[in-house]
Design a protein around this ligand. Sequence first.
Ligand code: URA
Length: 212
Amino acid sequence: MADMDHVIIMDHPLIKHKISMLRDIHTGTNEFRTLVGEIAMLEAFEALRDLPMENREVETPLEKAMVPYISGKKMAIVPILRAGLGMVDGVLTLVPTAKVGHIGLYRDPKTHEPHEYYCKLPAPIEQRTILVVDPMLATGGSGVEAVDFIKQHGGKKIKFMCILAAPEGIKRLHEAHPDVQIYVGCVDRELNEDAYICPGLGDAGDRIFGTK
Ligand code: URA
């Protein structure tokens, strides 16, 4: 794993291979959706490395022992709609008890700036480790807006997890929220004039849901 302090790039053959399959224009909707879920699960394994633990007593077939468990039910997955939805089940596979919030943002096609249309977060948000998920960290506008919103509602321990990022998006999110650790499958070259990540994988939402 390459580490630049605030950004952790998932340097793992399984993740790299699956991202290459996502990029392929010939990968169909069903396979694309499955891959997004698998990558989210593999990334979450790393992103949740520091979940708080507590020791509890268990009776093994041999004796009683104090053993570590994840403490409390204090996690929230917050997908940025719509493409972030594709990553939720992968994370839930690892943490089935996590609660799921939603943040609906759409990009203005001219300015590329995000606008909020729906937000709902699980309480008590201030006590939860919050994993914001969006497959694409492009301009960073949606990521910044989502984290702004979560903080306004009391969220404190926030992580951001994406599959592809543009350097511009990482910079913007980090400048706005230096306390938010960013987990990335791969950092691509640049954004084009339409704010698409290049070489990228196209529109993640359209490819997950089979829309155009
Ligand atoms: N959102 C996408 O779905 N794809 C991009 O390349 C950029 C933003």
